[in-house]
Design a protein around this ligand. Structure first.
Ligand SMILES: *Cc1c(COP(=O)(O)O)cnc(C)c1O
Length: 375
């Protein structure tokens, strides 16, 4: 399929000046990595999508250009004050050869919620989704096909105004880049060691915890380096006020199975509303399993672990789907969960999600959407 203009796309947002995406094709195609050598986020496709915002034109000039560095004035606001948001989702080459996104609308809506937290002008959700379709269409040969692989989409919005005063910027850039990614579980699900911290805080209620924003990641680096010194892979974040209640693990939502109940912290303003979290809770409810979105303290978790009631614990996120937790440390206490092996229930959830993503089982909730290409 070849086309030079995406004229068929007309944004529903009246504020947009242009009704078509301008496409400038690359003259130098990069070599594709083989499906076996794919890692997470280290190679990028041939093109990128960009769009700008200013007060008089709103979001304008949607375009696809060859993948290239951004040119930014050293005074650009995002570099100093982190006014930026992003999201992350995947598109799959399914068993039947059809290309499908997983929950694209939910990711687009979350990008806009993140924008609101950072005072960034929102983008018509339809426009975000069309940027996904347009760019993936152009670079669709980059979608790997081996099971477990996918094309990862990273939509990002940054404050592009060159001004050193702290305020909500007057200009912004939206860009979308694509990265073919491998399976996190080349050799099967291997559990990680985590350390609960009562010293460091990722986010607090009233802060930016519910936004997918660079600042939260910057705030997490010191603690995760500290955890590595103790031989742990990730930090289990506790709430920022009492340092008692579980928030998240690393950059994932956290869940556990205590007896026959699935427990996960509620969306309290300090936690990101994960799409994988929502998908897994939905599947648990479909299976008729008791799900509790409630506060759970680290003491309750440690007590349940010592008594044998804590059967399984895992993290959830787009990159991994589920991340099994085999060991948990808190202060001088250490517990091994499920003998340090991935739990059967967690494995079942993983298999269900992956089977929906590759089209092996019925997509009862209409989570998958077919890639639109030009007629
Ligand atoms: C992205 C992210 C998650 C996981 O969200 P998904 O939509 O499942 O990928 C969880 N916590 C944080 C802090 C995140 O940034």
């Amino acid at each position: 399929m070849t086309f030079d203009n995406y004229n068929d796309f007309v944004w529903s947002d009246g504020k947009l000046n242009s009704t078509s995406i301008t496409i400038t094709r690359t003259k130098k195609h990069k070599p594709h990595p083989s499906d076996d050598e794919l890692r997470f986020g280290s190679s990028f496709t041939d093109h990128m999508f960009c769009m700008d915002y200013n007060e008089s034109n709103g979001w304008h000039d949607p375009r696809i250009v060859p993948y290239q560095p951004l040119i930014l004035d050293p005074a650009t606001a995002v570099l100093h004050y982190a006014q930026s948001v992003f999201d992350g989702l995947k598109v799959y080459r399914c068993q039947d050869g059809i290309i499908r996104f997983f929950r694209a609308t939910k990711h687009a809506e979350r990008l806009n919620r993140s924008c609101k937290y950072l005072c960034i002008p929102t983008i018509d959700s339809e426009m975000i989704i069309q940027s996904f379709h347009a760019l993936v269409s152009i670079d669709q040969t980059w979608i790997p096909s081996k099971r477990g692989t996918a094309l990862y989409l990273r939509p990002t919005v940054i404050a592009s105004e060159a001004f050193l005063g702290v305020h909500s910027a007057k200009t912004y850039t939206y860009f979308l880049i694509l990265s073919p990614v491998g399976s996190y579980y080349e050799e099967g699900i291997s559990p990680v060691k985590i350390m609960a911290t009562d010293t460091y805080v990722r986010a607090v209620k009233g802060g930016l915890g519910a936004a997918k924003t660079a600042a939260n990641y910057a705030a997490s680096i010191f603690a995760s380096e500290d955890a590595k010194k103790f031989g742990c892979n990730q930090v289990l974040w506790l709430d920022g006020i009492e340092h008692r209640y579980l928030d998240e693990i690393g950059t994932m939502n956290v869940m556990m199975k205590i007896k026959d109940e699935i427990i996960t912290p509620p969306l309290n303003g300090a936690i990101l509303d994960g799409v994988t979290r929502d998908s897994i809770l939905t599947l648990c409810r479909d299976l008729g399993i008791k799900v509790s979105e409630r506060r759970i303290s680290i003491e309750e978790v440690m007590t349940a672990a010592h008594s044998g009631a804590l059967n399984e614990m895992w993290g959830t996120g787009t990159a991994v789907v589920v991340l099994s937790i085999g060991e948990l440390r808190y202060k001088n206490d250490k517990v091994i969960i499920n003998g340090g092996k991935p739990g059967a229930f967690m494995q079942k959830l993983y298999d269900m999600i992956v089977s929906i993503q590759y089209g092996d089982i019925k997509d009862c909730h209409n989570w998958m959407s077919v890639l639109q290409t030009l007629k």
